[in-house]
Design a protein around this ligand. Sequence first.
Ligand code: MG
Length: 250
Amino acid sequence: MIMSKIKEAVKRYLERHGCTSMQCRAALIDMDGVLYDSMPHHAEAWYRTIAPLGIACTREDFFLLEGSTRTRTINMFFNREYGHDAPEEVSLALYEEKVRQVRALGEASRRPAADKMIASLLAHDVRTVLVTGSSQGTLLELLDTDYPRAFNMPYRITGEDVKHGKPSPEPYLMGLQRAGVESHEAIVIENAPLGVQAGVAAGVFTVAVNTGPISATALYDAGADIVFDSMPHFAEHVDELIEVINTIGL
Ligand code: MG
């Protein structure tokens, strides 16, 4: 069942890109929601920042906006409520408050089975590259402890490295460049619609792992080539995915 789903997804990708074959030489991996269960904290922190302003919002709104920049996130709510962007000084103050709230919520835990996924990728000689919009020092420091040797420099792209965040393809194009591979020689591993859009716009086969409260449909609508319903589910089938990618042709 899962095997035929994987084969169909890879064939569809090849057809769409006019390729006869592909290779999995690199995996470009998102951090929040994929490697760490940090999204509930981010969503809660945003909610505690925006809701007291009297702006209508839900925690789920922030899951859907995951990966978006500060400006874009805050302006979306200002425009919805007031019909204009937030003044820059207001935006900066709100972001400061959001960061304070995230810190108050404490450390996010490592996502179960994410280490198994990384081990499978490395066992297949797939170069792992971190591609996150986050510049959050605490999680970035934890990476070396939690995922040793997986994301050594220069294989780490953060919010500091890019001009345009997801859904722009820029972070993933930079990831391809760092890994020294073409778009049909990599996979993107994402959990959020905007991140999926970024991976697809970079021309990369994009795997969505649904680790939050949003529907699989939202991830397919964003363009995901295949959606797994949890990290343990994906970790269990990552070997098969790599084998299919490396052997199937049109
Ligand atoms: Mg994410």
